[in-house]
Design a protein around this ligand. Sequence first.
Ligand code: NAD
Length: 295
Amino acid sequence: MTEIVDGEALAAEIREGVADAVEQFEGEGVTPGLATVLMEADPASETYVEMKQRDCEEVGIDGIHVEVDPDAPAEELHETIRELNEGTAANGILVQMPVPDHVDAQAVQAAVDPAKDVDGFHPENVGRLMSGEPRFRPCTPHGVQRLLADAGVETEGADVVVVGRSNIVGRPLANLLSRRADDGNATVTLCHSRTADLAAHTRRADVVVAAAGVPEMIDAEMVTPDTTVIDVGINRVERDGESTLVGDADFDDLEGYVDAITPVPGGVGPMTRAMLLYNTVKATREQTGVDVSLP
Ligand code: NAD
C-alpha cells in the first residue's frame, strides 16, 4: 500500500495554527501584515498573488497588495519596497517573481529588509540558511520538510536525492535536510540536468524529491518499493485534448509501488502557501517581540 501524503490536510492544520497565533497577536494589539508586490503582467503571477491574499484573509493576516506598472523603471519598484520596509503595516514582504526583464531580480531580492523577507531569498537569509541557522526557511523546502515529518519519514541517516538545483527549491532543501537538526541529518545528493546517471542515484534513495520541472520524469523504474517520493513539480500538460496539471513524478506508475508519495495537486503546493503564512507570523513575532507560539 502506498501512503498518499495529504498536503491539503497538513496545510489546513498549519493555517489553523497560524490563525491561533494571529488571535494571540490581536490580543496584544498587533495585526500581522503581508505585502505582495506585483510588477509583471502575467496571468500565473496574478493568480499566485490572489491566492496568497486569500490565504491571508482566511487566517486574519492583513493582506496588502501593491502593483507596480510593468513598464515603469526599476526604481519605482525599489521605491515601493523602501516604503514597505520602512512602514509598520507589512511585517512580511513578498515580491512576486518573475519581474520584467529590465529589472534586476537579484537586486530586488536584496532590497527587501531581511527581517521582512518571508520568501527567504535575501542574501543575508540565504547565508544564515547556509550556515545552519535559518531565519526564514524558503516556503517550498520548509513545506517538504513538514510533509516528510508528517509522513513519519525519519531523515536522520536517510539517503535523500533531490532532483533540481534551483535557488528556490533544490539548493536550500539540500541544505536544510543535510544540516545537523532533528529534521535534517540526511545524506543528500543534489542532482540536476547534467547529472550523468540520474536513475542510479534515485534507485538507491530512501527519499526522492522531484523538483526539476519535467513532467512525470520519475517513474517506477527509477525507484524502489521502499522509496518516499515528494513531488514538487507543477507542470501544465495537454491530456486527451485537455489542459491538466501533473508533477515531476509519474503518479499513476508509482501509486501502489512506492512506500509513499505526494499528489499533484494537493501535496507540496498547499504547503508552500501555508509556510508563507508561517513565515509572516514568525517575522511579526521577531519584529514586535510578542511571543506567540508558531504552528
Ligand atoms: P528551475 O527551472 O529553476 O530548476 C529546475 C532544476 O531542475 C534545475 O536545477 C535543473 O538543473 C534541473 N533539471 C531540469 N531538467 C532535469 C533533468 N532532466 N534531470 C535532472 N535535473 C533536471 O525550477 P524550480 O523553480 O526549482 O521549479 C521546479 C518545479 O517545481 C517546477 O515544475 C515548478 O513549477 C515547481 N515548483 C513548485 C512549487 C510548489 O509549491 N509546489 C514551488 C516552486 C516550484
